[in-house]
Design a protein around this ligand. Structure first.
Ligand SMILES: [Zn+2]
Length: 60
């Protein structure tokens, strides 16, 4: 996946280089439990594309 950044924590999670507890995945997004446990079940949903600024991501 060329849209991912080798030095980015979230991209490494998407690529499976960093283990994570996957809750959901499709072609566009990946959802996993937050290891910092802000609250039980706290979930992070990230696009499968390295995006620095949310406004750079397509509205779709
Ligand atoms: Zn990234």
């Amino acid at each position: 996946m060329s849209d991912l950044d080798d030095n980015c924590l979230f991209c490494k999670i998407i690529k499976g280089e960093i283990p994570s507890y996957k809750l959901f995945e499709n072609d566009d997004v990946y959802a996993f439990l937050d290891i910092s446990h802000v609250n039980p079940g706290h979930t992070l949903l990230v696009p499968k594309k390295h995006i620095v600024n949310l406004f750079d991501y397509s509205q779709e």
